[in-house]
Ligand binder design. Structure first.
Ligand SMILES: Nc1nc2c(ncn2[C@@H]2O[C@H](COP(=O)(O)OP(=O)(O)O)[C@@H](O)[C@H]2O)c(=O)[nH]1
Ligand SMILES: [Mg+2]
Length: 308
């Protein structure tokens, strides 16, 4: 889809120029320039692709050059994108809605990762696909959280169940599910409070929420997605690792890929956790949340055209 590739390209536009230059530079004077190859390697490390992926890209470029000395920068970038697409095989998470009544998605992650914004964007996306969505505002922990999510729901015309600041977040989750059943919603999206994976009381609260949800539907939540701030580079990987250890996650959403020059961390997160990436955040507008496409990501990040 052309429009979707554009979204990736626009979203990753801060990252792309560095690579364009680095890839072009390695074939100055029509031969492989070792210094420039090292610069490319460094650029890849700086973007937080991680050791394994960087080495694979560099090795494959060297091998391809050996086989075909007429290779150019654009060809090297294409090899990079091919490696990324291969590494990200199986990474594209897709949801089939309709098997559960309602389908329950809960979003978790640390403060500021983008959970609230993403829950609104996600509701908007599914609503536009024709599903009846209900948003559960389970972040009762932060005073401003309720206002923030209500403003989104208002703006995007999304049905919402919320409560007072300080209320029991598990109770909100319970009410949201009950309301969704009686209002015959297809989908419930639960926004939760920011949790530091080190704070065991917050983890306990999350577990309580799960127990309460199970009273409504033993199989819910059907999806527990960790929302990760993709602009944190290798710190995003550490965060994801810690959550994955203490909580049964089913997938990932990587936010803030726009405006970052460390957009390679997504690859490291996937390589390590092997959890599907369902969506990526490519901006602050409601339609800037896009289903993850390995190919679009790989092509956009290295600045090559979509039909490669
Ligand atoms: N540029 C950009 N900003 C984002 C994205 N997702 C979230 N944000 C911003 O990140 C900040 C924190 O988001 P919020 O949803 O409140 O995070 P929460 O604490 O996890 O609920 C807000 O200013 C959002 O607008 C994204 O994909 N791109
Ligand atoms: Mg929030």
């Amino acid at each position: 889809m052309r429009g979707l590739f554009r979204k990736f390209k626009d979203g990753l536009k801060r990252q792309t120029p560095t690579f364009r230059k680095a890839f072009e530079g390695i074939f100055s004077g029509a031969k492989l320039d070792q210094d420039a190859l090292e610069e490319l390697e460094e650029a890849l490390y700086t973007a937080d692709f991680g050791h394994q992926t960087v080495e694979e890209i560099i090795k494959e470029i060297q091998a391809a050059y050996k086989a075909d000395k007429s290779m150019r920068g654009e060809d090297a970038a294409k090899i990079g994108a091919t490696v990324l697409t291969r590494v990200l095989e199986g990474a594209e998470g897709r949801v089939e809605i309709g098997n559960n009544n309602p389908e329950v998605i809960s979003l978790i992650g640390v403060n500021g990762a983008g959970k609230t914004t993403t829950s609104a964007k996600l509701s908007y996306l599914y609503q536009n696909e024709g599903y009846k969505v209900l948003l559960g505002a389970c972040d009762t922990f932060r005073a401003a959280a309720n206002e923030q999510i209500k403003a989104w729901a208002d703006r995007l015309d999304i049905d919402i169940v919320s409560s007072q600041h300080g209320a029991d977040s598990a109770a909100v989750a319970f009410d949201a599910l009950a309301a969704a059943k009686s209002r015959k919603r297809d989908l419930v999206i639960l926004d939760t409070a920011g949790r530091l994976h080190t704070k065991s009381n917050l983890m306990k609260e999350l577990e309580k929420m799960l127990r309460v949800i199970h009273k409504q539907d033993e199989t819910a939540p059907h999806h527990s997605w960790l929302v990760v701030d993709g602009s944190l580079g290798s710190n995003s990987i550490e965060q994801a690792r810690a959550f994955h250890k203490s909580f049964p996650l089913t997938g990932l959403i990587i936010t803030k890929l726009d405006g970052t020059s460390r957009g390679g961390a997504l690859v490291g997160i996937y390589r390590e956790l092997k959890l599907p990436i369902y969506f990526v955040g490519l901006g602050e507008q409601p339609d800037d949340l896009q289903p993850f496409s390995a190919k679009n990501y790989a092509n956009a990040i290295f600045g090559i055209s979509e039909d490669h």
